[in-house]
Design a protein around this ligand. Structure first.
Ligand SMILES: [Zn+2]
Length: 441
């Protein structure tokens, strides 16, 4: 490997489990370091221990970890880590700070926080934004814990919790009783940026439960996680248009012009117009926004028509769907359990020197990928289960209390567009036949 690194035509660098897996003697470590010092383009990283050989600090660290004294320390650390993972698999709770929602014993619920947490987790799938929650929580007294330095920097003693912190709190598997386990190395590296749902502990293909009281059901948690994940993905793809006049009008962006298909904008009648008193605003294809300017329609009647059709559809699917296609999220559990066993088997074969380390890593990575795909599917199934069972009935009950943003979010899931076809010139009575609903498939 040292020769390959020196020539650099065959390999670009090395990835190693831990420093003491690459070198155990200072002399060997020095030889490796010299190559990386000479060629800054070489890549060298450890999977645990956070060593990167491209920097001077990294190389010093590598040297230290590889030396005999350091080695013993790190071995113990890793032994502890392995033990922690086993404990997590047995559902044993670790110590740590009091999590939001629980009392000091970390098992029983905090009477106020747990209620607010449960409510928030259920509100997210309805379209509530993290930003709204942050404000709400702030007024309820859930504030950012600040250091003296932080207060000096921001100039404010009381600040709402950070977006990331709230996201972190809501997506925590602990909320539905699931045990999670984060390896020490990752814990130090990223802290609150970690996506906790990825760290749920499974045995026999099923999530392990901790000894504490859950705040919500696994279905509710999964539904919340799915929605937050979708929003993150959209933000990353830049699909969340920065300015949607959006949240004020149920159909802006959903209604489209029947002539040019351009999204229609809510547009207020002038105060002199008789329609101002009666309807307030209309949906219009605006030429200064890029449309043809050919179609407009009174706002509230279109909204009423669309919402009625949507609620009818919900009632209809409630009557028909629920019973015959009961969602079963456990379909993948057997395979997940099998994957665990297969990984152990590969490891055993590697230890017995029947296969090489690189072959073993290939096999294990493949199995791990399959496993995380299945876990994700499981979570999605669970989320849809909740939607069928509880979302539809509560939707009908609570629809009137939804905010415009929530109504809109919900409509968008089932309705792809509302086409407003042109009607003749002059003032005419509202004609429902000219409104066409395009349902999402
Ligand atoms: Zn148009």
């Amino acid at each position: 490997m040292l020769v390959d690194l020196e020539v650099t035509t065959s390999i670009r660098g090395v990835l190693f489990c831990h420093s003491d897996r690459l070198a155990r003697l200072e002399y060997d470590a020095a030889r490796v370091n010299r190559l990386f010092q000479m060629n800054s383009k070489l890549l060298g990283r450890s999977l645990s221990g956070g060593v990167g050989l491209s920097t001077h600090e990294g190389r010093t660290m590598f040297m230290m970890q590889a030396s005999v004294g350091g080695m013993e320390v790190h071995n113990t650390k890793r032994r502890v880590t392995r033990k922690n993972k086993r404990l997590a698999e047995q559902g044993v709770m670790r110590g740590g700070r009091r999590p939001f929602g629980w009392a000091a014993d970390r098992e029983s619920l905090h009477p106020v926080e747990s209620e607010d947490l449960a409510e928030a987790i259920r509100a997210i799938p309805r379209g509530t934004k993290i930003g709204t929650l942050r404000k709400e929580w702030f007024t309820k007294g859930h504030k950012k814990k600040q250091t003296r330095k932080g207060i000096a920097r921001s100039g404010a003693r009381d600040m709402p919790l950070d977006h990331n912190t709230v996201e972190h709190i809501l997506t925590n598997p602990r909320n539905c009783g699931y045990m999670s386990y984060i390896p020490q190395a990752q814990r130090q590296e990223e802290k609150s940026m970690l996506w906790l749902p990825d760290y749920v502990v499974y045995t026999d293909g099923k999530p392990v439960l901790g000894p504490w009281k859950a705040v919500v059901t696994p279905e509710e948690w999964a539904a919340c996680v799915e929605v937050i994940k979708e929003r993150k993905d959209k933000r990353r793809e830049g699909l969340n248009k920065p300015h949607e006049t959006a949240d004020k009008y149920v159909l802006s962006g959903i209604a489209r012009c029947g002539i040019c298909l351009f999204p229609m904008t809510a547009n207020w009648y002038s105060k002199q117009s008789p329609s101002y008193e009666r309807y307030g605003y209309r949906y219009a294809c605006l030429s200064n926004h890029g449309g043809c300017g050919g179609v407009s329609r009174v706002g509230p009647p279109v909204e009423e028509l669309v919402i009625e059709a949507f609620l009818d559809e919900v009632r209809r699917s409630l009557r028909t769907v629920v019973k015959d296609t009961e969602v079963d999220e456990t379909v993948h559990d057997e395979r997940l359990a099998e994957i665990e066993r297969e990984i152990e088997e590969v490891n055993a074969r590697r230890k017995a020197k029947r296969i090489t380390m690189s072959r073993a890593l290939d096999l294990i990575e493949e199995l791990e990928n399959e496993g995380s795909e299945l876990k994700e599917k499981r979570q999605k199934l669970m989320a849809s289960k909740l939607q069928r069972k509880t979302e539809y009935p509560t939707l009908l009950k609570e629809w009137e209390d939804y905010t415009v943003a929530e109504k809109k979010h919900r409509l968008k899931q089932d309705i792809r567009a509302v086409i407003v076809h042109p009607q003749g010139r002059g003032r005419q009575p509202f004609n429902p036949d000219l409104i066409e609903i395009e349902w999402a498939s």
